[in-house]
Write a protein that binds this ligand. Sequence first.
Ligand SMILES: [Zn+2]
Length: 405
Amino acid sequence: MDLFDSYPRYREEALFYRRFKHADILPLIDLHASKGIWQVSTAGLSFEGREIKLLRAGRGTVKVLLWSQMHGNEPTATMALFDIFNFLEATGDEFDSLRESVLNDMTLYVVPMLNPDGAERFQRATAQMIDMNRDALALQTPEARILKGLVETLKPDFGFNLHDQDPRYTAGRSPKLATMSFLATSYDYELSVNATRMRSMQLIAYLNQVLQEFIPGQVGRFSDEHEPRAFGDNIQKWGTTLVLVESGGYKGDPERRFARKLNFVALLSAFEAISSGSYQTQTRNGYESIPFNSRCAYDLVIRGCTVRQGEQEYRVDIGINREEVNSSDMDGGFSWHSTIEETGDLSTCYGIEEVDGSGLTFQAGQDATATEVPTAGDVATFLLTQDGKVRYSIENGVVSDPDTD
Ligand SMILES: [Zn+2]
């Protein structure tokens, strides 16, 4: 089985950029509804009245519920779900037997884009400005009531809770970005492990093995601290084996297309493992050996540049992050804002991009807000000079080298 290499055949070309909206996926869902394998219904309405769609396929006894984008600005898995829809509808290729066993053994219930109002604004929260993943108990959002209702009526054996994570997470204290992270959510503060949670650990251990082939050292494990208000924790408590999937960063891939492809591989591999039971040979240790997500990367680190302050000189590292800021008047709906996050000794941190600042001197840039000394919170616009000549110019966090540009 080579899902990874075959992926381009099934990729949904209509979803190319992350900032698609509910109106963009409705015609795609209509198209799938006509393909025969799906039964499409409306699970309910969002706060602003958008129809939250539920797609059902398969005739098996094992029920699997997947939902994506409960956080409106986390669309990677939604795109992968449409890739998977295309895959499941195809016939006459080397995956026919995989499809057949998945659709015979399992019934899939899929909600792509559980928070369409948030997706409309490309924000985490719903239209009520509530994080619906902290609303599993209070149930003040219609979206949370829809998800709880699905879990109560379907009583799924397995649940996949699909998110995007901070693209700067690394796998453990290594410089490698956690391109995919997982969590077998905890159902109590003691982090107990019953049979339900054990299955989710085994499945994740299996998925880690699958993904190591494509992203060696780049699979992480999310913090397993219990969050009593979150859906993942409660669904595990209510008896569904719950796997939290987080799509992360990959160098040079701000649209997270690589993580999207890995979602395709991981979810289909999970289906196969559930239908064959093969994941059951995995161990808790296999799960616990996955390194925790760690916050030790910046988008850009300048290493050891010289700062002149009055008559004195010293060396610092400068850590810079680039943040996406929504702005409707920009092409694509956002712009990049880069700030200096930290200066000083950043020897325990990594830069996804690094510039060797040895022998170079910091010089405040053209930006009016920049001070003479690199300062956390300043816009990341400055120069690095050598013998009075500009060696690098950093503008809004983007490095340019006048010698080569
Ligand atoms: Zn999320």
